[in-house]
Write a protein of this length. Structure first.
Length: 296
């Protein structure tokens, strides 16, 4: 695995991938690499115009752009209902450190988009994933999950709000979800694998287009000086999605210094608190209640 690159992705003819946030950054690089191997890639994007512009930059395979707004559970339901078949779901899209905003259903935007939207999408697609070819769910998180925790007494940021703290909470929730999904799938004897990945520090518009002004201002020079290209950042999630050696319940990140960069993936460890099945079970129950989506 330490020498694995996108060139090692097996041919993906007749396989369908759903990649959220595929119009830019990690999502675009993921869609591009999979399409180059012959995959049918459904590019799930909030903005159809940007999605189609990104689609025009992809060669090979078969791609299509469909609208998905993870900050609106009605949009999630509409998108999922129109997916006829899927082999791999890559929960890639995200928003990072914006001012306090809320989803269409009134949830804090980062928790609602990064966690609840993907939780609902996964649950709504699980029946078609279960019928897929070597099916997988890949949930993309961040190394900043290590500073996060779940504020069960203030999930909706009614008492206080921190752009960085609530981003870390949403990424912590991603890890709890991915590991708990693995536990439940294994217990049910499901063929679906649940894997986690993080990109290290990759240069995308995530650092500049969404955050509060000061963080966005600092993000631009940091991207130039410190970040690795998005194509390198996408390698761990591509390995999780299509690598022949990737295993359910495992977490993959960059192989370089402090998991910040690297051209190859490696298995990494989540923060210990994110492996707690009791906290994960509590988050799962809350997520089902908030989204109205119950997994079969």
């Amino acid at each position: 695995m330490t020498k694995w690159t996108v060139n090692d992705i097996p041919q993906q003819n007749d396989r369908t991938y759903v990649v959220t946030g595929a119009n830019s950054g990690l999502g675009l690089e993921t869609a591009r690499a999979l399409a180059a191997k012959g995959a049918h890639v459904i590019m799930a994007c909030r903005d159809l115009d940007r999605g189609r512009a990104a689609q025009a930059r992809i060669q090979g395979g078969r791609t299509e752009v469909r609208r998905l707004d993870l900050a609106d559970l009605e949009s999630v339901r509409e998108f999922a209902a129109a997916v006829e078949s899927v082999d791999v779901l890559v929960n890639n899209a995200g928003i990072m450190m914006p001012p306090l905003r809320r989803t269409a259903q009134g949830f804090e935007l980062q928790f609602g988009t990064n966690h609840l939207g993907h939780f609902a999408l996964t649950g709504l697609l699980l029946d078609r994933l279960s019928a897929g070819d070597a099916p997988r769910v890949v949930t993309v998180t961040s190394s900043l999950h290590r500073t996060g925790s779940i504020r069960f007494d203030d999930l909706n940021a009614e008492k206080s709000y921190s752009p960085i703290g609530h981003y870390a909470q949403s990424k912590f929730a991603n890890v709890l979800f991915g590991l708990e999904l693995d536990r439940r799938l294994r217990k049910a004897g499901s063929p679906v694998l649940s894997l986690l990945a993080h990109p290290g520090y990759a240069a995308t518009n995530l650092q500049s287009s969404g955050p509060v002004k000061l963080i966005a201002l600092l993000g631009k020079p940091a991207n130039l000086l410190l970040a690795q290209p998005a194509a390198h950042g996408a390698v761990p999630q591509l390995y999780a999605a299509a690598g022949s050696g990737a295993e359910s319940g495992r977490f993959y990140g960059p192989s370089g210094f402090q998991e910040m960069r690297g051209r190859h993936p490696k298995e990494v460890r989540p923060v210990r608190a994110a492996t707690d099945p009791d906290v994960a079970g509590r988050l799962w129950a809350v997520s089902e209640e908030l989204t109205g989506v119950r997994f079969p």
